[in-house]
Design a protein around this ligand. Sequence first.
Ligand code: HEC
Ligand code: CU
Length: 362
Amino acid sequence: MLEAKSFELFPEAASSIAGHVDAFYAFMVLVSAFFSLLIAFLVVYFAYKYRHRPGENIVYAPYDDHSLSGMLLEVVWTAIPLGLSMIMFVWGVSIYFTESRPPADSLEIYVTGKQWMWKIQHMEGAREINELHIPVNRNVKLTMTSEDVIHDFFVPAFRTKADVLPGRYTTEWFRATKVGSYHIFCAEYCGTKHSGMIGTVTVMSESDYNKWLGEGSGEGSMAEQGQALFNQLGCGNCHASVVNNQNGRCPNLVGLFGSTVELKNGQRVRADEAYIRESVLFPQSKIVAGFDDYMPTFKGLITEDGMLKLIEYIRSMRNKNGVISSATPLPVQTTDGPRPAGSTPAKAVPAAKAAPALPAAR
Ligand code: HEC
Ligand SMILES: [Cu+2]
């Protein structure tokens, strides 16, 4: 809870990973404390035991570096620290891997960092600033980017944090285990008001969360807002006309997200958030095999929040069991652009569903 409490050494442990991080940390502190005390004790003890007594002659015994006992001693003092540091390494890596691999069933939430605030978008459409509402006992994945400098999204009670970088998408995931409110900090110095870049995670019961979501989704889901943007920017002029036809002048975006794309230069890349972002802002950098490089850049025309909506829209165009369908279907294109001579006209595949009425482009 956020109310000032009596002095506490550790923040509350409120995520599925927190116990593991704490146990690991305790192990490292105990090992360090044990050896620090042992060494400090031996320094004092030996200083006393082998002190110089008055009248005593100092005789240095010749050191036999081939004696069996000497070798055994060296093996032991090498093997024990090696064993201990390997335990720390394997344990640490396993926690790191767990923390860096969001489970597939995670609830997706988008975060944009900016001097000096956190902007958060839920897929269902709710938006918030410096607040993050999540359901308890659900895996939550944050996809994060920055509008300016490097920030870092840190929730001490969840024992997890990740850098938030301009021009890139990073992820962070957690499963909150306790209903309550917890601090969000920016853990990367990002300018004058860095210390004010704070917020609150509110962990709610599933039913409270759904109620909360329902109240904040006036503008439609992120995918719907992304679709509006898609139309507004004219992406549909090129891409929508071939939505049900792979052989147009522009690649089919349905089922693109998560698939492997073959490029003109023979490379194969995974169509993830970063790829879509690059395709839109730097269309020349990766050309899809079989297409020409005439997609214009949209650099400067789309905000980071808008880009996340576009990505969410493209992600929502799914290709389920070979049947083209889309969570929020594309508008049916009426004015088809000219096609290059010899290309097959769009096959008459019925649109999956009628498009919902959206505000007209421009
Ligand atoms: C003038 C026509 C045109 C417009 C407008 C256009 N694109 Fe494209 N787009 C293309 C062409 C052609 C390609 C394939 C060549 C390439 O990779 O650059 C492409 C490629 C892409 C790809 C990669 C597809 C794949 O299969 O890997 C994505 C994603 C994409 N466009 C999204 C968009 C979005 C989003 C918009 C609107 C902001 C948009 N495009 C606007 C013509 C267009
Ligand atoms: Cu910051």
